[in-house]
Design a protein around this ligand. Structure first.
Ligand code: G3P
Ligand code: MG
Length: 247
C-alpha cells in the first residue's frame, strides 16, 4: 500500500538549506536522506520550476510572480541568499534538471503539484507528461515519483496524462468526506498535516486501504507517535534532528 520510504526531506533539504533548491537536495543526501518532497508550478511559458510560492519575495530575490516570467528567466533568479550568504546565487531550479539530479542520486520523489492560481490542470498535465518522458526507461513502480496536490483538478489532469504515477490527495485537516474524495481521485495515499491527526483518523485511513503521509513533522516524539499509529511516511524540515533511518 505504501511501497516508498518512510522519512522524507521536506522542500528538498528542510531547514538545513534553502528550500526547493539543488543545495537542499545535496543537504538531504549528506544527512542520509534518500527521499524528498518538493513543490512544482508552471512559469509563463508553461515550463515547470521548483518553487513553493507563486509570488516572489519570500525565497526569491525579485518582485512579481511565477506566471509573469518564462522558466529560463526564473532560473536566473536567486533563491539562496534569503537563507544565508553561503547560498547567494543558488538558482530557482527548473523541474527537469532537478528531477535528473534526484534520479542520478537515487532520491525518491514526492512531487507536489503546486499550481499558480488558475493553472491547476495545466500543471498536473505538464508535470505528469514530463515525468513520463524522464522515467521512460524505468519500470519499477516503487521507484516512480508520487504526485501529490491540494488541487483535485491538478490530480485529475495528472491521472489523465500519465496514470502510471501514483497520486496522493493533500489536506490541511481530514474533511468529513475524505474517503469519497480519495476514491473519486483514485489516489494511493492521503496526505495530511500531522497536527490535526488523531489515532482514530489514522486507523480509518489505513482501514480504508490508503497510504497515510503526514507533513511536516519536526519533533521526534511526535514522529514516534504518528508511526506507532500506523502512519506510513512523514516529511520533515529537521533532517538534522530526525534521522533518515528514524523508523
Ligand atoms: O507535501 C507536503 C507539504 O509540503 C504541503 O505543504 O505548503 O509545505 O507545500 P507545503
Ligand atoms: Mg510541499
Amino acid at each position: 500500500m505504501w511501497p516508498y520510504p518512510t522519512m522524507i526531506a521536506h522542500r528538498g533539504g528542510g531547514t538545513v538549506a534553502p528550500e526547493n533548491t539543488i543545495a537542499g537536495l545535496a543537504a538531504g543526501l549528506r544527512h542520509g536522506y534518500r527521499a524528498v518532497e518538493f513543490d512544482v508550478m508552471l512559469a509563463r511559458d508553461g515550463q515547470a520550476v521548483v518553487l513553493h510560492d507563486p509570488d516572489f519575495g519570500r525565497t526569491v530575490r525579485a518582485s512579481g510572480s511565477v506566471t509573469a516570467l518564462d522558466a529560463a528567466e526564473i532560473a536566473k533568479l536567486d533563491a539562496g541568499s534569503w537563507f544565508g550568504d553561503a547560498f547567494r546565487g543558488e538558482p530557482v531550479p527548473r523541474f527537469e534538471p532537478f528531477v535528473a539530479y534526484c534520479q542520478a542520486h537515487a532520491l525518491w520523489m514526492n512531487v507536489e503539484l503546486k499550481p499558480a492560481p488558475g493553472h491547476d490542470e495545466a500543471t498536473g498535465r505538464h508535470v505528469a507528461e514530463t515525468l513520463r518522458q524522464l522515467f521512460r526507461n524505468e519500470g519499477q513502480s516503487d521507484q516512480l515519483p508520487l504526485l501529490s496536490s491540494f488541487s483535485p483538478a491538478a490530480l485529475r489532469a495528472a491521472r489523465a496524462a500519465a496514470p502510471e504515477f501514483a497520486r496522493g490527495i493533500l489536506f490541511r485537516e481530514l474533511p468529513p468526506d475524505w474517503e469519497g474524495q480519495a476514491r473519486e481521485l483514485d489516489v494511493l495515499a492521503v496526505h495530511v498535516h500531522h497536527a490535526g491527526l488523531t489515532a482514530a483518523h489514522a486507523r480509518a485511513v489505513k482501514a480504508a486501504g490508503f497510504g497515510l503521509f503526514c507533513y511536516t513533522v519536526n519533533a521526534p516524539e511526535r514522529a514516534r507517535t504518528l508511526l506507532d499509529w500506523g502512519v506510513d511516511a512523514l516529511c520533515t524540515d529537521r533532517i538534522d534532528l530526525l534521522r533518515a533511518d528514524f523508523n
